[in-house]
Design a protein. Structure first.
Length: 94
């Protein structure tokens, strides 16, 4: 594959496809060429919201491999906040 085929713009087209096989191909191409930072949000979106468990697993693998620990920690903190809501004080967890 040429560098142009693996450009973020072209890979985004694969990741945003309605065809699961094309999305998986895009994830494979992205992981093989190194995930460009601008592709992390759509990959994270696939990891969190896609209906296909294979796509979720593959995108989780790509996201955790290429996203910095700071980004991954931020995603986890955001998810916990959304799941629990704001806890005003310790009485809320008693």
């Amino acid at each position: 594959m040429t560098e142009n085929e693996n450009s973020p713009k072209n890979l985004r087209k694969f990741l945003e496809s309605d065809d699961p096989a094309i999305v998986l191909m895009g994830l494979s191409m992205a992981k093989g060429s190194g995930v460009h930072e601008e592709l992390l949000p759509p990959i994270l979106g696939l990891y969190i919201w896609d209906d296909d468990p294979v796509i979720r697993a593959d995108s989780k693998s790509g996201f955790t491999k290429h996203a910095s620990e700071d980004i991954q920690d931020g995603v986890v903190r955001q998810k916990v906040t959304e799941d629990l809501g704001d806890i005003p004080d310790k009485r809320a967890v008693e």
